[in-house]
Design a protein around this ligand. Structure first.
Ligand SMILES: [Zn+2]
Length: 334
């Protein structure tokens, strides 16, 4: 992401939508799992001297109603930097690009070739394998993970537009491969933070309307009132490193942990960092899944990998932006 204003979120959605990668690993492949653990652990190996002490697992600071990163690194790009980036940065993607005209009208024929939509079958949704993970990427940060008897959805954005109101935000490059009505019963939704490209009012309301009490909403601290306005029940609000078992699993076999991320929050004109941000670590009896949300590289990756890894599956954002300095603090870059 690369701008300070509300446009920042919209642009982030538009540019990153096609570049987010989902890495899947076979549970049985210890070498692959080790590599993923190593990747998470060594992303900032040279910057950290963390130990196993619980005092090293810091929570976000809260000052005058705003959350802050406890390790600093909280400077956002200036408006001038953001403007310069927006108008002057090159577009190195292979997607159709024609300046402002393409902002409202994409070359769908080319998009169908570059990034085809694969519609998942209902039968596949309804019969996930018992002994492995099943993952469906729905664009950007929306991922359906079926593991250890639960259907888990991350940052659900299933609408055509992303923004403050329908038809006001930026239209996504590619439609979601399925609608809320085509999803299997969702047991848990994990929200990483409140940027519009990760938290969509319409999608949350639609999910709540269809599944109601069946969903347990795992959310960052400060977001409860927003969720209540959507009518959501079973809202579980956590701070960094807080852990919560999923109530559906009577054997207490699946644990949700709200883990840190190096990012920030904003949804309106005057609410910067009033809601916490983070990543999600989900530990089941058989499988482990890490959802990074949005985050720049930092020592946290090593801590999470050390405490909860190795992981069978990780969904990690790859920021599609240049130049690197503009947003490298808050979004990883491939
Ligand atoms: Zn974000």
């Amino acid at each position: 992401m690369r701008r300070l204003s509300l446009w920042e979120n919209f642009v982030h959605f538009r540019r990153v939508n096609v570049t987010r990668k989902v890495l899947t690993l076979d549970r049985g492949s210890q070498s692959k799992r080790s590599r993923l653990k190593s990747a998470l652990a060594t992303s900032s190996q040279q910057q950290t001297t963390t130990s196993d002490s619980s005092s090293d697992y810091l929570k976000a600071q809260r000052v005058n109603g705003q959350f802050r990163l406890p390790w600093g690194a909280s400077r956002l790009p200036s408006s001038l930097e953001a403007l310069k980036w927006f108008w002057c940065s090159p577009n190195n993607s292979s997607l159709p690009h024609g300046g402002l005209a393409d902002f409202f009208q994409y070359n769908y024929k080319l998009l169908d070739h570059t990034l085809p939509i694969i519609k998942p079958s209902l039968q596949t949704f309804e019969s996930p394998p018992h002994d492995s993970l099943q993952v469906t990427w729905m664009g950007h940060a929306t991922v359906l993970v079926q593991m250890d008897g639960l259907n888990i959805l991350t940052d659900p954005v299933l609408n055509e537009y992303c923004g403050m109101a329908h038809m006001v935000g930026v239209k996504r490059y590619r439609p979601s491969p399925c609608t809320v009505n085509e999803l299997p019963v969702i047991d848990a939704v994990c929200i990483s933070h409140n940027h519009y490209d990760h938290l969509d009012y319409g999608s949350v309301c639609d999910l709540n309307e269809r599944f109601g009490d069946k969903i347990h909403w795992f959310i960052p601290m400060g977001l409860r009132s927003w969720m209540k306005e959507c009518g959501c029940k079973n809202v579980i609000e956590l701070e960094w490193w807080d852990e919560q078992l999923h109530p559906k699993c009577t054997d207490k076999s699946v644990k949700f942990v709200f883990t840190p991320a190096q990012h920030w929050c904003r949804r309106g004109l005057n609410d910067v960092n009033q809601v916490l941000w983070g990543s999600w670590t989900i530990i089941g009896a058989k499988h482990r899944f890490f959802f990074a949300g949005d985050s720049g590289y930092c020592q946290i990756f090593k801590q999470i990998g050390k405490r909860y890894g190795p992981f069978d599956l990780a969904a990690i954002p790859i920021g599609a932006y240049e130049p690197r300095y503009v947003h490298k603090t808050f979004v990883t870059r491939g």
